[in-house]
Design a protein around this ligand. Structure first.
Ligand SMILES: [Zn+2]
Length: 486
């Protein structure tokens, strides 16, 4: 009997494994069919997603309800689909600059237009872009500067009231709290970015695990297994310190099994389009496992096996940089980040490099790493000839200019609103060259300043670091996204 039973269990585990694999693999392979192609950049606005939401009113099985308005009067809608007994509430972008899951939800709508099998026992309720005023300015907070995720108890913001009322009216069984996190998070003690991080928030200071929270943990185990297939080792688990003001913690407390999903970074995915796809797959997989109740067989203890989140990544880590100051040599590692700066309309961005750390960074990692062991650090010069017109820049050979030791060019006239250049060099307004006279001694490496310098060997430039990006002169490779204008 025992043998038959274990054979049966083995068979069941095997079928469920292959079913899981098939479902997520299918989602991965057919993603292109359902991806919402009109949205392909992170800085999405309320007016861009409204037509997509409105068009769902005429789709079979979809209900669209306006729940209320943001402080600045933008509508906040809930889209419901399905007729099962288990209510699942999913809300995204309560932080205006965290839009990855909003994009994934739009893809999920497209999927659900023609695929309704996973709705068998569930009813889904989506609130995409809970903070449309924040999204307008690509800002975390809402229009009156409140962090909605610290307003779950006081409920001063209309956006917070809307979320609370939706949860209460549905008495949702499951809740998905969808956010973005810094791209500098990594899976603890690895160089892998935490592309997705999870948390089943605690509902008290003791961090107790009841059924409600336990079920959230089980769903996370299932979602983690899916992400591991496409981004191996790139999942983190958030600290479960109780935050009495946060929505996730409170919604867990109010009896809805709450799953926090945080979209982090992925190499060469600045617009987070691959991460959006991972959200799409993992969320649909979670819905399926709830619909089929398969999560019930998962062990809560497997949740603890997911590596913890850490924050030990830089965009660029350069090791063993030797430089000289006041006649003494120092050897340091550099942690360099490319900080996003929005354009005026908050529709696009450029980068400003920053030296974020100097010293022994052996416990840190980089999306890119460069060993400067046999190289000599050198500050670049400003090109001796001032260029009067930006059109003249077009004909310049920047590789040659950098090779000669120059990292910036003086330009005669620069319009006020020009903040960056797509050329692989920094541009200096000649008006500012005259101002920067200061005779006090200063280390050539400054914490917090723009990382622009040369790494040479036998007086030949091997690498130029321009605004935190690498120009690999020897191999003719230019990784510079933009230079800065100062
Ligand atoms: Zn957030």
């Amino acid at each position: 009997m025992k043998i038959i039973l274990s054979a049966l269990t083995f068979f069941l585990v095997l079928t469920s494994y292959s079913q899981n694999k098939n479902f997520s693999q299918e989602l991965f392979e057919n993603y292109n069919t359902y991806q919402e192609k009109t949205i392909n950049k992170r800085r999405i606005k309320h007016h861009e997603i409204q037509p997509l939401i409105n068009s769902l009113k005429s789709e079979n099985g979809f209900e669209v309800n306006i729940l209320g308005k943001s402080i600045e009067g933008r509508t906040i809608s809930m889209i419901s689909i399905g007729s099962g007994k288990t209510n699942i509430l999913l809300w995204s972008q309560m932080h205006g600059d965290e839009p990855t899951a909003t994009m994934a939800i739009l893809d999920i709508f497209n999927y659900l237009k023609t695929n309704k099998e996973i709705l068998q026992n569930v009813k889904l309720h989506f609130i995409p872009m809970l903070n449309p005023d924040g999204a307008e300015k690509f800002n975390r907070r809402n229009a009156i500067g409140i962090d909605i995720n610290r307003d779950a108890q006081r409920l001063q913001s209309p956006e917070s009231k809307i979320l609370k009322a939706a949860r209460d009216s549905l008495n949702a069984d499951f809740g998905f709290n969808l956010h973005d996190q810094s791209k500098y998070y990594n899976a603890e003690q690895t160089e892998n970015p935490a592309t997705i991080s999870f948390l089943a928030p605690a509902y008290n200071y003791e961090k107790s695990i009841n059924n409600v929270r336990g079920n959230a943990m089980k769903i996370i185990v299932e979602m983690n297994a899916v992400i591991q297939q496409y981004a191996p080792g790139q999942v983190g688990r958030y600290s479960d310190d109780f935050e009495p003001r946060a929505f996730g913690d409170n919604i867990q407390k109010w009896g809805t099994s709450t799953i926090l999903v945080e979209s982090g970074g992925y190499k060469n995915d600045a617009e987070k389009q691959f991460i959006r796809k991972l959200n799409y797959i993992a969320l649909l997989k979670a819905i399926q496992t709830i619909s089929k109740s398969t999560y019930k067989n998962i062990k809560v203890s497997d949740y603890e096996k997911i590596p913890k989140n850490d924050r030990k990544l830089f965009d660029l880590k350069i090791t063993n940089v030797t430089f000289t100051y006041l006649g003494v040599n120092y050897k340091v590692d550099l942690g360099i980040n490319n900080i996003e700066k929005d354009n005026k309309e908050h529709t696009d961005f450029y980068y400003i490099g920053r030296i974020n750390d100097i010293g022994d960074l052996s416990t840190y990692y980089g999306y890119k790493t460069l060993d400067a062991k046999d190289l000599t650090f050198k500050i670049g010069e400003t090109y001796p000839k001032i260029i009067s017109n930006s059109i003249d820049l077009e004909d310049m050979n920047f590789e040659e200019i950098i090779q000669k030791g120059y990292t910036s060019i003086g330009l005669g006239s620069i319009p006020e609103n020009i903040k960056y250049t797509n050329y692989p060099i920094n541009i200096i307004n000649i008006k500012n060259i005259a101002i920067s006279k200061n005779n006090a001694p200063k280390s050539p490496l400054q914490f917090g300043k723009n990382p622009t310098f040369l790494l040479t060997k036998n007086n030949q430039v091997i690498f130029a670091i321009i605004n935190g990006f690498i120009y690999d002169i020897k191999n003719g490779k230019n990784y510079i996204k933009n230079g800065i204008v100062k």
